[in-house]
Write a protein that binds this ligand. Sequence first.
Ligand code: FES
Length: 571
Amino acid sequence: MEQQILRSSQWFAREGKDGFIYRAWLKKQGIPAHELEGKPVIGICNTWSELTPCNSHFRELAESVKRGVIEAGGYPLEFPVMSLGETLIKPTAMLYRNLVSMDVEESVRANPLDGVVLLCGCDKTTPALVMGACSVNLPTIVVSGGAMLTGRHMGRSIGTSDIWRFSEELRSGKMSTEELAMAEAGMCRSDGHCAVMGTASTMACMVEALGLSLPQNAAIPAPDAARKVLAHLSGMEIVKMVRDNRRPSDILTREAFENAIMVNAAIGGSTNFVVHLLAIAGRIGVNVTLEDIDCWSTNIPLLANLQPSGLYFMEDLYYAGGLPAVMNALLPHLHKDCLTANSNTIGDNYRHAVSYNKEVVTSLETPFNNVSGIVVLKGNICEQGAVLKPSAATPRLMQHTGRAVVFEDIDDYKRRIDDPQLEVDENSVLVLKNVGPKGYPGMPEVGNMGLPAKLLAQGVTDMVRISDGRMSGTGFGTVVLHVSPEAAAGGTLAILQDGDMITIDVAGRTLNAAISPEEIARRKAAWQPSYPVAQRGYVQLYQQHVEQAHLGADLDFLKGSSGSDVARDSH
Ligand code: FES
């Protein structure tokens, strides 16, 4: 058999001074030269950090990957990249998604790697790592960290979606601070990311649906021994991927993205899926648009009964058969010929999967909800689009006209939302400006803004809310997000005023303010941007180069790929 020329041989097979330097400094870690001769060198890109609690078990997971790599005849080298913990990072982890993607891209390209294993967990760590790896396009496999065990509080199951309910119950006096403290103690019971179909689990499902991981990657709980087994098998698989020269560009075809959109609809995945999938497509060079997300979601019913769209938790999904059970049910719609990381097609991988619990994963014939997916709205408020998750919305509000109650920015909202004098009723439409990619750099998850306290006290549970921001994947409500162009970029959202009548028609896919084109033009002529502009550093770079949400909110100069060619040699 012909000997494969490995990329890493450009470092380790050299003679003279260069080879000496490359090899000698690895010997200081106890690695003899023969370990790197002719063996695929596999980078393990680790987002372990004590500042990212969802990824705090990744050192152990990396050890399992290493054992698999070694068993298959490769050599593993683990390296850190910046990690993004959703709960601790301010102002929002999304501000740094693109920065981490650069860290990953340059770390992978610059080093003597033949393939890479991405250890992903908390929300943004998955898209950031996948985006960076796509821009290099070396053989890549994803190992997700897995969700934590279901939380428990006063005899019932809880997950991150309950935080929003607890918060409103506390504000309306239905919950005491003591009960809230008890819930806090029972929420996070083990290693792993959020236990519901929030953004982290949505991302884990996305990579499996795209074919970038082994089957069952999405739902094995973090503390389950099967997660380590999957990590070991993924370590073995990446060595094979290098030998077969199977790269992300072979897997991430247009059809693979369509599959991911359909799967996201079937699981009731997070709206954050939109900006991340579009950004990944932009890196690998596949044309996917906001309209595609609506188009490929339509007619896909809700097949997984998971919070926040349903009742159950990620642990329950695994016991019901995991994502394979969902993908099996969805097979009549999916592109079955798409290639996956293990060299099988989607059809091969999922043809024999079954649901062990029809309460959690059902069939196309008996869906939990005929309405699912992500709807894209267009209109004079959002010429380039806005998104809404119908399975998390209140059906009667999906066709609604109401008077706008406008907040100029998040501080204005916080100042006035609970003011007893605020002119608002349950039919009003809450509008929040300047929380888009530029206006509040990183586009924070404030779109599902809390309702006015006086309406909560009256028992109001949902209202139409519109913003250029995002919503946590664990959030719910009739919430229009990602309005594009955003207010800070001079979109029509910027000139909405209290009292404007706004009509949302989800079935018709429209969102309009009853303002004439002449009045819009008059208000825009008088408009001045009013968001803070960063004067230095990464945030300045971000504000200058971030694209609008309908394009994935990547930095414009990061689109596409620089490939895996080694940069100019300095030795
Ligand atoms: Fe990390 Fe929810 S906070 S996944």
